[in-house]
Ligand binder design. Structure first.
Ligand code: NAP
Length: 543
C-alpha cells in the first residue's frame, strides 16, 4: 500500500533565490501577481552585493540616481541620494528602505543557502533543498544569484599559516576595523583593489600593494548632491530613465558620434580633457565609438590616459608600472578611482610588481615574493570572483532527465537571452550569464528582465499552463550571437572576468574564453525582449 500523501502541487508558486537588487524587485512583482512566493537568501540579511562588499571605498560607479529602481514614482519621490556615487552603507540602507516600504521582508527567508535544485518532470515543479536539509517545492524558480558573488581568494600556499588577519574584500568584517598603524598588504588591483587602496592609503601605517597587472583607471569625480540638486534630479527622472534606456550602457552617457577619424587630433584631445573631469563612466562611454572597436583609435586614447597617469604619479618608475602594457583602455572593465594614483606618492605606500617578482607563498608573518619577505598585520585579498557562472556552479542544479547545469556549462554558459536554459524548465535567471546586465548599468537591465519575466509568468498562468522552457534551437542561436559579439569589440580580447579568465579557478586560463556577457548593448537586447513578447513568445514552449 502506498502511504505517501497524495501530491497536490508544489508548496510555492514561485521561489526567488538571492536578495540582491534583482531578487528584491522580483519578489515584489511575483507577490503583486498574487502568487504564493518566497525569497530565499544565503546571507543573514538582504542586499546582495551591497550587503557583502563592506570594504573601505566600496561605492557605486553608476550615478546613484540611475542605479535606483525606477518602478515606483513614490519611491523616487521619497528617497534622496547624498552623493553622486553613493557609498556601500547608503546603498544598503536604500535597499532596506525599498524592502520595508513595500513590506517585502515578510516574503524573505535568510540564512538559507541552496544546496540543490531538482526538476520534477511529471509534476513540472522544482524541489529546492537547502544546506540544512529543508526541502521546498515550487512551480517556478527565479535565480538572482549575482554575477560577482562567488569570491576567489588566491591559491597561494601558506594562506592558512598567516598569523595576522586576512580576508577577501567580499568578506570584509561588519564591525569597524582599525587600520591605523597597521601594516596592510592588498593583493589585486581590479575595481575593488583600486577602491580599497585609494581609500585606506592615508589611514594605514604602511600599505604594500601587490600588483600582478595594472588596470586602466580614470577619475570617478564624485561629489555630494545638495537638496536643490536632488529636487532637480527628481523633476527629471522620466527624462533620465529614458536616456538610460537608449544608451548602450544604460547610463546617461551617450557616445560621441562625430567619428574618431573625422575630427582632428586636437579636437579628440579637447574631448578627452573635458571627459577626464566629468563624473563616472563618461570617460569611457561618452567617448568615440571607435575606441571600443579599433586598435589604432584605442591605442591613441590609451596613450592619452597613460600620460595622465604619468602626470599624477611623482616617481616615473612607479608610474610606468601603473600603466597597462598588455591591453588598451576599456579592453577590461574600467575601474573608476578617487586619488588612486596619488596614493603612490605617499611615503607609506609601496607598489610591488609581482609580475617581476611573483608571490611564492604566504608565510606566518606576511607575503614572500621571489625577491623578499613583507611582514604584514593584515592581508586583503582583492582577487576577484568566479564570475558569472560561479554561483550557479556551487548549486547542484538538475533539469530534465537529471542533466546537471554545471556539466552543461562546463565550457561556458549556454542560455537563451540570459534568462532561460533549455532542459531546465520553469527556471529563470535575472542578471544571468549572457544577459545584458553585466555590460550595462546593472539595475537598469535587471528591472527590465524582472518586468519581462513577470509578464511571461502571468501569461503562462493565464493560459492555464504549468511549464515554460526555451527551445534548443533559439538557445543555440542566442549563444552564437553572444559569441559573435565578443569578436566585434576589443573587450572580447581582454584578460579578465568578462572573458572568463581567473587564475584562482582551475581551468580558467587565458585564451579559454567563456562567453558570459552580452556585449550587443542594452537597447538592442531590450528591443528583442519586447518583440518576443509582442509575437507571443516564439522559441519558448509553454504547456
Ligand atoms: P577583478 O577585476 O577580477 O580583479 C582582481 C584583481 O586581483 C586583478 O588585479 C588580478 O590580477 C588580481 N589577482 C587575482 N588573483 C590573483 C592572484 N592569485 N595573485 C595576484 N593577483 C591576483 O575583481 P574585482 O576588482 O573584485 O572586480 C570585479 C568586478 O566587480 C569589476 O570589474 C566590476 O564589474 C565589479 N566592481 C564594481 C565596483 C563599483 O564601483 N561599483 C567596485 C568593485 C567591483 P590580474 O589582472 O593579473 O588577473
Amino acid at each position: 500500500m502506498d502511504l505517501e500523501p497524495e501530491f497536490d502541487g508544489p508548496e510555492f508558486d514561485g521561489i526567488v533565490i538571492g536578495a540582491g537588487v534583482g531578487g528584491i524587485y522580483q519578489i515584489k512583482r511575483l507577490t503583486d501577481l498574487g502568487m504564493h512566493a518566497l525569497l530565499i537568501e544565503a546571507d543573514e540579511d538582504l542586499g546582495g552585493t551591497w550587503f557583502r562588499n563592506r570594504y573601505p571605498g566600496a561605492r557605486f560607479d553608476s550615478e546613484s540616481y540611475t542605479y535606483g529602481y525606477s518602478f515606483s514614482r513614490e519611491l523616487l519621490d521619497e528617497w534622496s541620494w547624498s552623493e553622486r556615487f553613493s557609498g556601500q552603507p547608503e546603498n544598503l540602507r536604500y535597499l532596506n528602505f525599498v524592502a520595508d516600504k513595500f513590506d517585502l521582508r515578510q516574503h524573505m527567508r535568510f540564512n538559507s543557502r541552496v544546496a540543490s535544485m531538482v526538476f520534477d518532470e511529471d509534476g513540472s515543479f522544482w524541489t529546492i533543498t537547502l544546506t540544512d536539509g529543508t526541502a521546498l517545492t515550487t512551480r517556478f524558480v527565479v535565480c538572482g544569484l549575482g554575477l560577482l558573488s562567488m569570491p576567489t581568494p588566491p591559491r597561494y600556499e601558506g594562506t592558512e599559516t598567516f598569523e595576522g588577519d586576512s580576508w577577501h574584500t567580499y568578506h570584509w568584517p561588519t564591525d569597524p576595523v582599525d587600520l591605523s598603524d597597521k601594516r596592510v598588504g592588498v593583493i589585486g588591483t581590479g575595481a575593488t583593489g583600486i577602491q580599497v587602496i585609494a581609500d585606506i592609503a592615508a589611514e594605514v601605517g604602511h600599505l604594500t600593494v601587490f600588483q600582478r597587472r595594472p588596470n586602466w583607471s580614470a577619475p570617478l569625480n564624485n561629489a555630494p548632491i545638495s537638496e536643490a540638486e536632488m529636487n532637480d534630479i527628481r523633476s527629471r527622472y522620466t527624462e533620465i530613465y529614458e536616456t538610460c534606456a537608449r544608451t548602450p550602457g544604460g547610463f546617461e552617457h551617450e557616445p560621441d558620434r562625430r567619428g574618431f577619424w573625422k575630427v582632428s587630433p586636437e579636437e579628440r584631445k579637447a574631448l578627452w580633457d573635458d571627459l577626464y573631469d566629468q563624473p563616472g563612466f563618461g570617460i569611457w562611454l561618452r567617448n568615440f565609438a571607435e575606441i571600443f572597436t579599433e586598435e589604432e583609435a584605442n591605442a591613441e586614447f590609451s596613450e592619452y590616459i597613460a600620460e595622465r597617469i604619468r602626470q599624477r604619479v611623482d616617481d616615473p618608475a612607479v608610474a610606468a608600472k601603473l600603466i597597462p602594457v598588455d591591453h588598451g583602455f576599456g579592453m577590461q572593465r574600467v575601474p573608476l578611482e578617487t586619488n588612486y594614483f596619488e596614493a603612490y606618492n605617499r611615503p607609506n605606500v609601496e607598489l610591488v610588481d609581482i609580475s617581476e617578482t611573483p608571490i611564492e607563498r604566504i608565510t606566518p608573518a606576511g607575503v614572500r615574493t621571489t625577491a623578499q619577505d613583507y611582514d604584514l598585520d593584515l592581508i586583503v585579498y582583492a582577487t576577484g570572483f568566479d564570475a558569472i557562472t560561479g554561483a550557479y556552479d556551487r548549486i547542484d542544479i538538475r533539469g530534465v532527465d537529471g542533466v546537471s547545469l554545471r556539466d552543461k556549462w562546463a565550457s561556458g554558459p549556454v542560455t537563451y537571452l540570459g534568462l532561460f536554459v533549455h532542459g531546465f524548465p520553469n527556471m529563470f535567471m535575472i542578471a544571468g550569464p549572457q544577459g545584458a546586465s553585466a555590460s550595462s548599468n546593472f539595475p537598469r537591465s535587471i528591472e527590465q528582465a524582472v518586468n519581462w519575466l513577470s509578464t511571461l509568468v502571468q501569461h503562462v498562468l493565464d493560459g492555464g499552463a504549468s511549464r515554460v522552457e526555451a527551445d534548443a534551437d533559439v538557445e543555440a542561436q542566442w549563444t552564437a550571437h553572444v559569441t559573435e559579439m565578443y569578436s566585434r569589440f576589443l573587450i572580447g580580447r581582454g584578460k579578465g572576468w568578462i572573458t572568463g579568465y581567473n587564475s584562482n579557478v582551475e581551468g580558467r586560463e587565458e585564451g579559454v574564453i567563456r562567453y558570459g556577457v552580452y556585449n550587443g548593448g542594452a537597447p538592442r537586447y531590450h528591443a528583442r525582449l519586447a518583440t518576443i513578447a509582442d509575437e507571443g513568445y516564439p522559441g519558448i514552449s509553454i504547456r
